[in-house]
Write a new protein. Structure first.
Length: 176
């Protein structure tokens, strides 16, 4: 029961934090730290519950935004990348917390790239960020790296600031 209540709190926290983002790309793509609360929940409760909480957040975000270009885009751009942060629960310890965010971020990035290739490839310009585009996979990779990597980095930086005061909580100990 505690883990379900905690999931609701962390999903709500993630939803609120998600509103504080830096939009940097025209068709989606923003820099934020939504990975952090989802990863912390997964560290405390394991990857299965973490994936469920992340998927729930992704679904709520999709419903809230109301923008889905294709049914597959709802899965690849919202649900899977958010659920992937639950994979952080596979890692333990201080360095595991960092590795978990990186791993979840990479899985989420792969999902975004796949979405870009399958769904958004027809938006590929001739030149993007001063780089000639001739391959839809390369375009999707560049497009998505520009917002996912800074989000991972910002989440890692924020974790480094919060880890020590929240260490017992993150590791599944007492509540703060």
């Amino acid at each position: 029961m505690r883990s379900i209540v905690e999931a609701g709190i962390f999903v709500a926290l993630t939803f609120i934090i998600g509103h504080f983002e830096f939009r940097i790309l025209p068709q989606g793509g923003s820099v934020n730290i939504v990975a952090l609360p989802l990863a912390i929940y997964a560290f405390r409760n394991g990857f299965k519950l973490g994936v469920a909480a992340g998927g729930t957040y992704g679904l709520l975000r999709l419903l809230w935004m109301g923008v889905m270009y294709h049914p597959l885009s709802g899965l690849l751009d919202f649900i899977i990348p958010s659920a992937a942060m639950g994979l952080a629960g596979l890692f333990k310890g201080r360095f595991g917390a960092y590795l978990g965010i990186i791993f979840g971020g990479i899985v989420g990035l792969a999902s975004h790239i796949l979405s870009g290739v399958l769904i958004f490839g027809h938006f590929m310009p001739d030149i993007f960020m001063g780089i000639p585009m001739g391959n839809v996979f390369f375009y999707s990779f560049i497009y998505n790296v520009t917002h996912v990597v800074p989000s991972i980095a910002l989440s890692l930086f924020t974790l480094s600031l919060l880890y020590k005061p929240l260490e017992r909580f993150i590791q599944g100990g007492q509540s703060v």
